[in-house]
Design a protein around this ligand. Structure first.
Ligand SMILES: [Mg+2]
Length: 253
């Protein structure tokens, strides 16, 4: 596999020297689970195992509602679905169990979503600032981040923001606002790539243009949102089009 040697120490290329055709594309911010890697299934598997431990089975509809959400929201959906009452202490223990199990499953290996590796590689090679913005806690995300760095030959991200490092989680705009501020980029020049409704809402509320690539949830059209079936064939030119489409939706952006 090709690698991006020296990526961790690369210098950003001044805007004027960047790849042609990217317009004012200034930064690309990636969600992790379900967008870059096929890790949503690991969360789903862990929650299904917890449901079995609680004596039930999680419905497909309930599982879909939890995609991309915080642990507290996801567990409340699961409990409602199973019709069980759990104390705050039970919730904490259940959440920890699901996190530990997910981490275990992720450690066994994750796979790229179609086209994700190629796009990330192209963004990095062009010298564009990149961030990974995930609701997953750092101790679990770090497992996947290490696999990504191993695969592409270095850490491709200038910044990573995890769910336990923000004042509020997606769909709140806080995670993406924090990442854009950390990168020193304007929302008007930023493209967020997301698979879930919570993530898309977060990116749009933070003022970025969003490329939605649904995995387990259907995404409805919205101003500022461009939808694609997958990241296959998506490169810098397509990301520039996502920005341009948002500007057409909202010329004041
Ligand atoms: Mg996601």
């Amino acid at each position: 596999m090709p690698t991006l040697e020296g990526m961790a120490t690369r210098r950003r290329i001044p805007i004027g020297n960047r790849a042609p055709g990217t317009g004012r594309l200034g930064a690309v911010l990636f969600d992790m689970d379900g967008t870059l890697v096929e890790s949503e299934q690991h969360w789903g598997e862990a929650m299904a195992e917890l449901a079995a431990r609680l004596g039930g089975a999680m419905s497909a509809a309930a599982r879909e509602r939890t995609v991309g959400t915080s642990m507290r929201f996801a567990m409340s959906v699961l409990y409602d679905d199973l019709g069980v009452e759990r104390s705050e202490g039970d919730y904490r223990a259940d959440a920890r169990w699901v996190e530990d199990r997910t981490r275990e499953l992720m450690a066994a290996g994750t796979h790229w979503r179609p086209g994700a590796r190629e796009l990330l590689t192209e963004v990095v090679a062009a010298g564009l600032p990149t961030a990974l913005v995930t609701t997953t806690p750092r101790r679990i995300a770090s497992v996947v981040l290490a696999q990504i760095a191993d695969d592409v030959g270095g850490d491709p991200f200038d910044l990573t923001v995890c769910g336990d490092e923000v004042p509020a989680r997606k769909p709140d705009p806080a995670p993406y606002r924090q990442a854009m501020a950390g990168l020193g980029v304007e929302p008007a020049c930023s493209v967020v790539i997301e698979d879930s409704l919570a993530g898309v809402t977060s990116g749009l509320s933070a003022g970025a243009a969003v490329l939605g690539v649904p995995s387990l949830q259907t995404l409805a059209p919205a101003p500022g949102l461009t939808l694609r079936d997958s990241l296959e064939g998506v490169g810098l030119a397509e990301l520039a089009e996502v920005l341009a489409a948002r500007d057409e939706d909202d010329p004041a952006a």
